[in-house]
Every structure is written in structure tokens, then in C-alpha cells.
Design a protein around this ligand. Structure first.
Ligand code: ADP
Length: 356
């Protein structure tokens, strides 16, 4: 049922029917007979048993050292614990979509080193196609050495993107078959912007649905990144930096979302942490509150959300339905520690979340 939230926004929890898109006019493709429904095309291909997703993005290795306090400059202190984890926004989103059952291809670049080998093995573990996981002979696999102060949970991080920075528009061009075969192409901003734009352009030209997650946050983004995004999906800080507008209330977030639409995005989904997410389209504004959970580690929540969103859209769900489902899966992820390790397995999810 539709209803007005305290913020005066329309929120529908009801499953919306899928409306066939009009392929000749992209704006028209999002204008539905039912104004509550926002259906997107999936490259003119029927939703198949295994939705096809192509993720263009970074792969990093997190190297997490824990100590009672952070060292001062020049100081060496004993640590209590060390943990290595697979990360990088592209890798995380690919793993989330694959864990849900997606047929996922990754376009990424690693170094010719042990971390690059481990990264490939990790993709293989989830059945992710690494045909276009390139190797840079002259760089290193992206790493994020992280220091965590145990008493406070505060951290200090250096992200050295290494080979990720060398993933080029030409590499993406080589990966064209994977991009064109997908129902949904996803990319983030943890790459050279030209590389992300090249991927979005190829997908757009092939009529493949595009999701752009402008993360990590930066302040200026060319209009083309908006116009090439069927779905533009920033978090709170990214939205504030990009639009210069506050998102402290849902009404403010809606205004910032409308600004992203005005810049050319087809549809906007703002992720709002524990407040859930906000869908802003030309037809509707819908606040999807997050399930109330006890969060233990929110690292990677945005990647769980975007990877799930890509999966559900590739599976032919409406935008409203995909957002509601992604919201629920991201809420599961914040209840476990780590990034990829916190992403739920299908077996741990209620069956109605995947079926129906
Ligand atoms: P990011 O990790 O990029 O900062 P967010 O913090 O906005 O992204 O989180 C992404 C999504 O994860 C949210 O839209 C929400 O669905 C879910 N989420 C995040 N934090 C919580 C929380 N404390 N409780 C429930 N869900 C959460």
C-alpha cells in the first residue's frame, strides 16, 4: 500500500509489476503506466535463471593490524592481532552479486604478485569469471594497510591502489564482450574516472543497464557520469560532497537526489546508513527504512547494497523491489564482522527474499 511517511514521502512496500521498457527513448523507458512502478530494461534479454552482471572496479587486499593504540610517527609498537581480507569496491560488489547466484564477470587489474594470485583465487572461489582480470607487469596489487586502535576502534588507513589505477579505457574496451553480454554493468570511482566512463559508455551503447556508485567520495564529477547512469547510487557523504547539499533529513536527501536527477541521472538511490535508502526517480520518491538490527561492523555495507541491487535488477526485479531487497541484505551484512566475510550466503537468507 502507498502511504505518506512523516517526511511526506511516498513509500510502497508492495511488489511492483514489471513493465516492458521503451527501448528507443531512455527517459521514456522509465515512464511507467503506473507512476509508482519504476521498471528498467535488462538489455532486452529476458531475465534468465542466472542473472548476468559485469562489475568494473578495484580489487584490494586489506591488511588489518590491531594494537592497543596507534603508533606515533617513527615508533614501533607490538600488535595484538593481524587479519587479511579481500576488498576493493569492485571485488566486493562482484562477490555479493555472485553469492546471491549471479553469473558475474569482473573487469579489474592486479599486480604480478602473491596478492594478485590470491585475489584471482578468491574470485574463483565464488565462480566469478576472471577472463578480464588483467595483470599489470609494472605495478602491484592494490593494498589497504589498516591500523586499528583496539581501545577505541579508531583506525588509520593507507589505500595504495597500484594496478587498479592502471586499469585503462583500452582494457575496458577489451572486456567489451563481458560488458555487452551482461544485463547490468556496475562500476565505482575507485578507478580512473576515464576508465569508469568508458565502461558506462560501452554498456549504454549496448542498451545494458548501468549502475554507477560514485565511491569513494570526491567533490566534482562531470555531467556525463550522471547521464550515463541509469542508476546513480551514492552514500550520504558522497551525496553531500557531490551536490554540496545536506542529507541530514529525508527531505534534504530527497532534494539532493533530485539534484542528481537534474544533472542527468536516470534514477537515483541514496544509501543512508541505518536510515536505509532513498529512491528518487522522475516518478516517485520512496524512503525504504533499514531493518532495525544490532550493527557490529558496517564496513562494506554499501558494497553489499550495490552488489545485491545489481543482482536483483539483473534478475528482472523492479527498481522498488530491488532496493527493498538490497536494503535487507545490506542490513544482514552489518551484523557480522569484516567485509566480504559479512556478506550473507543464500542459505542464510529467508527464501522469500530471493524468490517471488
Ligand atoms: P556505505 O557503506 O557506502 O557508507 P551506507 O552506510 O549508506 O553505505 O550503507 C549501505 C546500506 O547498508 C544502507 O542503505 C542500509 O541498507 C544498510 N545499512 C547500513 N548501516 C546499517 C545499520 N546500522 N542498520 C541496518 N542497515 C544498515
Amino acid at each position: 500500500m502507498l502511504g505518506a511517511t512523516p517526511a511526506g514521502l511516498i513509500y510502497s512496500q508492495q511488489e511492483q509489476p514489471y513493465f516492458a521498457p521503451v527501448m528507443c527513448d531512455r527517459r521514456a523507458a522509465f515512464v511507467q503506466a503506473d507512476p509508482r512502478a519504476t521498471a528498467l530494461h535488462t538489455n532486452g534479454k529476458p531475465a534468465m535463471q542466472r542473472p548476468k552482471i559485469c562489475v568494473v572496479g578495484a580489487s584490494n587486499i586489506d591488511l588489518i593490524s590491531y594494537a592497543p593504540r596507534l603508533p606515533k610517527l617513527g615508533e614501533t609498537i607490538p600488535g595484538t592481532r593481524f587479519q587479511m581480507g579481500f576488498g576493493g569496491k569492485g571485488a566486493n560488489q562482484a562477490v555479493m552479486a555472485a553469492k546471491l547466484g549471479g553469473d558475474v564477470a569482473i573487469v579489474t587489474k592486479v599486480g604480478q604478485d602473491i596478492f594478485g594470485e590470491d585475489t584471482r583465487k578468491n574470485f574463483a572461489k565464488y565462480g566469478i569469471d576472471t577472463t578480464y582480470a588483467f595483470t599489470a607487469a609494472d605495478s602491484f596489487t592494490g593494498v589497504a594497510p589498516i591500523w586499528v586502535e583496539e581501545s577505541s576502534g579508531n583506525n588509520a588507513i593507507i589505500v595504495a591502489l597500484g594496478a587498479n589505477d592502471l586499469l585503462s579505457p583500452a582494457d575496458v574496451g577489451q572486456a567489451r564482450p563481458a560488458l555487452e553480454a551482461a544485463q547490468v554493468v556496475v562500476c565505482q570511482w575507485e578507478l580512473q574516472l576515464d576508465t569508469a566512463l568508458a565502461a558506462l559508455r560501452i554498456a549504454r551503447a549496448a542498451g545494458v543497464m548501468t549502475i554507477f556508485n560514485p565511491a569513494p567520495a570526491r567533490s566534482s564529477l562531470p555531467d556525463e557520469a550522471y547521464t550515463l547512469s541509469d542508476i546513480f547510487c551514492p552514500n550520504e557523504s558522497e551525496t553531500e560532497l557531490l551536490t554540496g547539499m545536506p542529507v541530514a533529513t529525508i527531505d534534504e536527501a530527497a532534494a539532493a537526489g533530485r539534484e542528481c536527477l537534474a544533472r542527468g541521472a536516470g534514477n537515483v538511490i541514496l544509501t543512508l546508513g541505518e536510515r536505509g535508502s532513498l529512491l528518487v526517480t522522475h516518478e516517485q520518491i520512496a524512503h525504504v527504512p533499514a531493518p532495525q538490527v544490532r550493527a557490529v561492523d558496517t564496513t562494506g555495507a554499501g558494497d553489499a547494497f550495490v552488489g545485491s541491487l545489481a543482482y536483483f535488477l539483473a534478475a528482472g526485479r523492479t527498481l522498488t523491489s530491488a532496493v527493498e531487497r538490497a536494503n535487507r541484505i545490506a542490513a544482514v551484512s552489518v551484523q557480522a564482522p569484516g567485509t566480504q566475510s559479512s556478506f550473507p550466503d543464500v542459505a542464510d537468507l529467508p527464501s522469500e527474499l530471493l524468490a517471488g
